[in-house]
Design a protein around this ligand. Structure first.
Ligand code: ADP
Length: 303
């Protein structure tokens, strides 16, 4: 049985179809990434899956339970890490876990028994009695993650779990998510960080304007949509270099500001030319998920 099954899902706000008929499937034990630019409809999809808002069409099944009809039961077996930390500032670290346990109908003793392991998981054993305001952003995120585990869920939803964190804190969260995957949990992650999706997700879907425009394993998507090598060329003369040489010696060149991105199966002639000639700075690298994302969703800014 899939841990999440979504078919033909639709949600409209006013004139705008925010989720425009999407299908998703999450297999037990996998990390699935839902990727998309701001406003793509990721958070709305997640809220629909949790039964927090009602769909205008389509079907949702969470852990075999139809949502929204049996959303309450489904939520008891899922964990949620929302985008904004909503820890209770009036309580300590430990009290936050206790209060949350109560929402799930855990008896005080039962919740208390689970707390040491959760604090340890979050790296917060020494901070059990600390007030929320005294925690760093990374600590709050880890506590929110630990809190989402109080009911020992099979499926965990995370909405942009590392937005706003510094690199150290992000790595720590990724490490914890890997630990959960090793324990056999299923993880549904929304993110706009390509590196996060590439690192964690077994499979992912790219969403744009309410639709899924591509899906597959990260490597499959890269192989399918993008030439394997990229040469980024920087600076004043980059545009002219692209017109005079780059375009003719690569499959595709794109420009963002003063940077040229040349996509190619064989970068030798580009690199050779740049080394010999130019004075231009460049970076030669393998194609990544961000290249796929930008190709499919475009380079213009989204608010
Ligand atoms: P994402 O998480 O991908 O950034 P969202 O699902 O938050 O996207 O939002 C998708 C679109 O739906 C946005 O244009 C947003 O403004 C709109 N939207 C989301 N929630 C509401 C709401 N409650 N009322 C009206 N519009 C909404």
């Amino acid at each position: 049985m899939n841990h999440l099954r979504v078919s033909g899902l639709r949600k409209r706000y006013g004139e705008q179809e925010v989720v425009a008929g999407i299908d998703l499937e999450l297999r037990p034990g996998e990390c699935f990434g839902l990727l998309g630019p701001n406003g793509a409809g990721k958070t709305t999809t997640l809220r629909l899956c949790l039964g927090l808002i009602d769909p205008d069409g389509g079907e949702i099944e969470v852990l075999g339970l139809p949502v929204p009809a049996r959303a309450r039961e489904a939520r008891r077996r899922t964990g949620v890490v929302p985008q904004a930390d909503n820890l209770d500032p009036d309580f300590t670290v430990e009290e936050n876990l206790l209060v949350y346990g109560r929402y799930f109908g855990l008896r005080q003793a039962e919740a208390r028994a689970r707390i040491p392991a959760l604090l340890e998981f979050a790296g917060l054993s020494a901070r059990a009695a600390s007030r929320i305001q005294t925690l760093s952003g990374g600590m709050k995120r880890r506590l929110t993650l630990a809190r989402a585990l109080i009911n020992d869920p099979d499926l965990i939803f995370l909405d942009e779990p590392t937005t706003g964190l510094d690199p150290q804190a992000r790595h720590l969260i990724w490490e914890r998510l890997r630990q959960l995957l090793n324990q056999g949990k299923t993880v549904f992650l929304t993110t706009h960080f390509m590196d996060e999706a590439e690192r964690l997700a077994h499979r992912l879907a790219i969403m744009d304007r309410g639709r899924i425009i591509a899906h597959g394993a990260p490597r499959e998507l890269i192989a399918k949509h993008i030439e394997p090598q990229v040469v980024e060329v920087y600076g004043d003369g980059a545009g002219r270099w692209a017109r005079e040489f780059g375009q003719a010696h690569s499959e595709r060149c794109e420009q963002t500001g003063e940077t040229i991105f040349c996509y190619t199966h064989d970068a030798d002639s580009l690199v050779h030319h740049l080394d010999q000639r130019s004075g231009l700075r460049y970076l030669h690298r393998p194609a990544n998920l961000e290249d796929v994302f930008l190709k499919l969703t475009g380079r213009e800014l989204r608010d």
